[in-house]
Design a binder for this molecule. Sequence first.
Ligand code: TA6
Length: 303
Amino acid sequence: ATVTFSEDNSRVRAELPTGESVEVLLYGATVISWKDASGDEKLWLSDAAKLDGSRAVRGGIPVVFPVFSTAPDHPQTKDLPQHGFARTSRWEFLGKSTSESLVGKAANEPTVKLDFGLSSAAPGLDPKASAHWPFKFNLIYSVTLNQRSLTTSIVAANDDSAPFDCQVLMHTYLRVKDITNVEITGLASAPYFDKVDSANPHKTQPAEPAAATITGETDRVYTPAGDVTVAEGGVPRYRVTRENFGNVVVWNPWADKARAIPDFEPKHGFRNMLCVEPGAVAGWQSVESGDAFEGAQTITLLD
Ligand code: TA6
């Protein structure tokens, strides 16, 4: 595997001997590209996405910590910006490990793992963090590329003398050919919070039809029993598996919201993306002093 830095040191790119690649912006430790061996891009990135650190990246895999959305009723995090400060901080690149060096990985299973760090003492920390969430913490974020999968995992350690509450989520923008042909399985019978229907948010996904489809603005916090699979035209494309993430947010802004989001371009791009966001966001993870919260997603390519 080869790992290279951009001229301006703003991003790091890893490529397997077999051609698969991943690119990570140090700003937010945001994965901005994941390609298979044929160069087919698996993530959606807005044409107007800011990659200069001026705002959170619209697309790829923004890291959400320590709060999902906003939490006006949560004293510890109520003053934080939407989705917290991890995605708007400059992370450090901590290093790489490849299948050649990963113990136990057969050589014919090329793998590369990139590690990133962000701590309360980091120079790149978004100033809003220390201003509004003054806990000592240390985040380690790992991006692992295999030939048929991408894993992103996080360890959120509490280095403070007091416990803190946090939420964690991987805000993944999957690329799809046509949202109107998408079917999502693994959500049947799952309870969800419907953010679009604020009058009646507590719902349960029907058992039948087993597949959920996207026919308009969709913003749902599911608690699914198992893996979530995204198919298009009946052909499975992505399987999302989770470790210690009890929730999956499914989001598509559809036409009106896409039009209202300044850095969402092209405006019809909602047809080519589906956010499937594993996280721990229903309620709060209380992390004791000296302890850590760990969570991971693995997206496996099925086609
Ligand atoms: O994950 C879904 C969501 O919470 C939506 O409500 C929408 O706000 C989306 O995230 C994007 O949020 P952002 O702050 O990146 O514009």
